[in-house]
Design a protein around this ligand. Structure first.
Ligand SMILES: [Zn+2]
Ligand SMILES: [Zn+2]
Length: 376
């Protein structure tokens, strides 16, 4: 039997093997009202499903909305834009939003060498894919954080993408060669997310400088930026609010950092990834469950549900008015360099080098035979 999971929660069993077209006919479902998925793969009506396999029917749109551009059946509705698009026009919309973001903030040109920070998740892999499709010179940087199966699976997805795009992928084996994030965070008495952030920031910058990349790009989306803005405002952290931008200019030994997908929501990126068959790791990072940014995202989604366009307006209007916050936090940030690695740091030793010191100390104490006295 073939198991067919309906979007309304129903599961039907149909005798196989059978073509998708015949399965849909038998169920009375119109071909152009659903996407048919087998695992991560989308199936066209002419594909055959084998006995014992499971497929999923995903509605393209409830109520049979039409594409705003061409009038064909829509695959996605975008209430915040009061719009719906067919597959092709959704892609056009998507690329247009990325292009607009890049141009509006003059992020980079086709001459620049771009280093995309990839985690194996939908946002970063989609960004890498999209920039490559747009003809940009973009390579990938993956940092292994030693989070067990999660890291293994995410590296695999990232390597697959590098192969598909035929681009260079730089892998930093931090977790396996230095120390996995979880014990490191415990020792540093910090949360896993904040230690992870320190490690990532350090390598993004260092690899970009050493390997001659002009700009570092991350897959942050509109939801990420809005949640961060809300968090900063809830705490009235004016210097952080003032600094928030899709572009952080190169300064004080830090490479220029950009977020080309800041105009696109998580949902739009997920749909784009799905429709382009981009394979990414679906599970959330097991370390980030208690992250407050997820709470802000939930709250914002509740508001968005009732009032579409709120997220978009909140962030894009902020960008127009952020000079107000810059004026409020006029005091220049102190600048300095880390006495150990020479990288930018506000303290004598940067937070990454402090983490490394902890690891070294740990290794030294491990070398001491059990029960041995320290003679110092
Ligand atoms: Zn269309
Ligand atoms: Zn340092």
């Amino acid at each position: 039997m073939i198991r067919v999971n309906h979007y309304n929660g129903k599961t039907v069993e149909i005798e196989g093997p059978k073509r998708v077209r015949e399965i849909l006919k038998q169920l009375g479902v119109l071909e152009n009202t659903v996407l048919v998925a087998r695992g991560d793969e989308l199936l066209t009506p002419d594909r055959t499903v084998q006995e014992g396999e499971e497929i999923e029917l995903i509605p393209v749109i409830s109520g049979g909305m039409k594409c705003k551009v061409c009038g064909q059946t829509a695959v996605i509705s975008l209430p915040r834009h009061n719009s719906a698009f067919c597959r092709d026009h959704f892609f056009e919309f998507f690329y247009h939003q990325v292009k607009r973001g890049i141009n509006q903030f003059r992020m980079f040109t086709h001459r620049d060498r771009i280093l995309v920070c990839v985690s194996g998740g939908k946002d970063s892999l989609t960004l890498w894919y999209v920039l490559s499709q747009m003809g940009y010179n973009a390579d990938g940087l993956y940092i292994d954080l030693g989070i067990g199966d999660y890291s293994e699976a995410s590296l695999e997805m990232t390597e697959k993408m590098a192969e598909t795009l035929n681009r260079r992928l730089i892998v930093i084996p931090f977790g396996s060669q230095k120390m996995p994030i979880a014990p490191l965070a415990k020792r540093a008495r910090r949360t896993a997310c904040s230690v992870c952030g320190t490690v990532k920031r350090y390598y993004f910058n260092r690899v970009a400088l050493e390997e001659g990349y002009d700009v570092v790009a991350t897959g942050h989306n509109l939801d990420d930026e809005v949640a961060r803005l809300l968090g900063n405002i809830l705490r009235w952290n004016i210097p952080f609010v003032a600094k928030q931008s899709p572009v952080l200019e190169e300064e004080n030994g830090l490479r220029r950092k950009v977020k080309p997908m800041f105009r696109l929501t998580e949902q739009e990126i997920a749909a784009f990834a799905f429709l382009n068959r981009i394979q990414y790791i679906r599970q959330e990072c097991p370390m980030s469950r208690d992250s407050t940014s997820l709470l802000y995202k939930r709250a914002l989604n509740l508001i968005e549900e009732e009032s579409p366009g709120t997220k978009h307006f909140f962030y894009l209007e902020f960008l127009k008015k952020s000079h107000i916050f810059k004026a409020l936090s006029s005091d220049e940030e102190p600048r300095g360099t880390c006495t150990v690695c020479g990288g930018p740091s506000l303290t004598e030793v940067c937070s990454f080098c402090r983490l490394l010191r902890r690891i070294e100390k740990e290794e030294q104490s491990m070398k001491q035979p059990l029960g041995a006295e320290t003679t110092e």
